[in-house]
Ligand binder design. Sequence first.
Ligand code: MG
Ligand code: ZN
Length: 228
Amino acid sequence: MPQKIPIVESILSANDRLAEENRARIEAAGVFAINIMASPGAGKTSLIEQTVLALHGKLRIGMINGDIATSLDADRAAAAGATALQVNTGGECHLDAVMLRDALARLDLGAIDLLIVENVGNLVCPAGFALGTHRNVLVASIPEGDDKPYKYPGMYRGVQAVVINKIDLLPYADFRMDIFKKGIEALNPGVVQFPLSCRSGEGLEAWLDWLAGQVNTATSKDGMEVNK
Ligand code: MG
Ligand code: ZN
């Protein structure tokens, strides 16, 4: 149905324009922002929880959670010490730049250094909607299987970091790490990867170091380098 293509394109370009406005607003406040995407149950909220706990006292963290119906995830982030805000998407299976704009209006950006956006659990359309964040992070997990980069290439192509969660389950799963990594490498050569377990804590340090480094570089006196 070729006649539908221009409509989709104009929706996406309107979203991109709004995403740029969001980015400008975030940067004007000296905040660094990441967008965390994953399938449901991969461990986005657990990763955010562990991150907030570990960086407590070093970085002031705000969290925006996109959830179809509940505020359970935002509650967990708030309990860990983040300034957390819930966006009920009303059934939408992804966040878009409009939803983030409305959420930003309700958040005190001056009170945070790092903004973590937890997208709706979905490996398809979140990749198509820019929000205005600085980095896209994908959380994969061992129980999902090693074929996910092959089945959801769009998601793997558009991210700047891949967290591989639940490595404590490797002994119990038929997960071929070499096949999985080969798939990632084909789609997104050189993308930084963090195998870890939010449950055991193994591997978390490398993720935390990378994230803190990204924030510090971006918000240093030289200004928001990520903007260029
Ligand atoms: Mg969650
Ligand atoms: Zn969607």
